[in-house]
Design a protein around this ligand. Structure first.
Ligand code: PHE
Length: 338
């Protein structure tokens, strides 16, 4: 480019900038002084200009650059162009960040922990990959119980499995501590179920365990009062509990726990299948055999345990008809429950 050409390019650029509106000014800024603009390109190409012409040429390029920058500044297009954007449209909205919400399962777990904390329960934790002793044997599971089958449980070899319940955390807690023990254990559990609207191979439970010494005997009535308190706090005023006889290898007696339906207040509706009651948990008095397995003397201690499904509570509490919705991470669904 000769000096004369440079001079006319300069005139052209200044005329363009003078005529441009706010948006076009930004484009021109990029075109002339942007990182890949024509003026920086000229500066880079300076080494190819014959030595004797270089000083004059360099001066002219710098003058062009200064003139363009002045012209841009006069138009309000500074380095970042922010001022120009504001001048162009004062009503432009700010940048919007959507606020996250807690997942319904997280909410149920946190709320449960808070409710039981008021009754003196702390949170205990255990691994999802368990051994046979903690998940079955110490929980007094009969050797040929179907839950131990390969078709029901995810096994990795003979002594390693994905825990089928949070009850093994009871075992770990009792082995590691002396009574009194008052813990809840929330966590992931796994069963070889096919997934449908009410089943999932991976779900969550919250286990509860209270064990105390002979001078503070624990009764089924204690269990019932604690679960009744939980029912009211979690599901709302007026919700009551009832026990139905059941069997679990690790509790004796064992019960299934129903909450009165929080939707129809027990009158019968679609949510409770017209029964007025919703099954939510398994529970019972810790079987003496379990105490023996963890090295406690069953004549010295007594206790209760309970376990409920987190998904189940979330589904009835928030009226979620399909368990799969809890795992699909569809923000249209999740944000409604935030
Ligand atoms: N572990 C049982 C289940 O998964 C629930 C339960 C826990 C029952 C504690 C009684 C006591 O079905």
């Amino acid at each position: 480019m000769t000096l004369a050409e440079l001079e006319s390019a300069k005139e052209r650029s200044l005329a363009e900038i003078a005529a441009a509106d706010a948006a076009a000014v930004q484009t021109l800024r990029v075109k002339y002084v942007g990182r890949n603009g024509s003026i920086p390109a000229l500066i880079k190409a300076m080494k190819d200009v014959p030595k004797e012409e270089r000083p004059a040429f360099g001066k002219a390029v710098q003058a062009w650059k200064a003139a363009v920058e002045d012209a841009l500044a006069a138009k309000g297009a500074g380095q970042d162009g922010a001022q120009a954007k504001i001048d162009a449209d004062l009503t432009m909205p700010g940048r919007w960040h959507s606020l996250g919400v807690k997942h319904p399962l997280t909410k149920v777990i946190e709320e449960s922990a808070a409710i039981f904390a008021r009754l003196g329960f702390t949170v205990a934790d255990g691994p999802e990959l368990e051994n046979k002793f903690n998940n079955f044997t110490a929980l007094n599971t009969p050797v040929h119980h179907p839950s131990m089958d390969r078709s029901d449980t995810f096994w990795f070899g003979d002594d390693c499995l994905l825990r089928t319940q949070t009850s093994p955390v009871q075992i770990r807690t009792m082995i590691a501590n002396k009574p009194p023990i008052r813990v809840i254990c929330p966590g992931r559990t796994y069963r070889r179920d096919t997934t449908d609207a009410t089943h999932s191979a991976n779900f969550h439970q919250i286990e509860g365990l209270y064990v105390d010494t002979k001078d503070k005997p624990v009764s089924l009535a204690d269990l019932k009062s604690v679960l009744a308190y939980f029912a009211r706090e979690m599901m709302g005023e007026g919700v009551t509990v009832r026990f139905r006889p059941h069997f679990f290898p690790f509790t004796e007696p064992s019960v299934e726990v129903d909450f009165s339906c929080h939707v129809c207040k027990g009158k019968g509706c679609g949510v409770c299948k017209q029964s007025g009651w919703i099954e939510v948990a398994g529970a019972g008095m810790v079987d003496p055999r379990v105490f023996e397995f963890v090295g406690y003397d069953p004549s010295e201690v007594s206790g209760y345990a309970f376990g409920f499904g987190v998904e189940r509570i979330a589904m009835i509490k928030y009226g979620i008809p399909d368990i799969r919705w809890l795992y699909e991470n569809d923000l249209r669904f999740l944000s409604q429950l935030g």
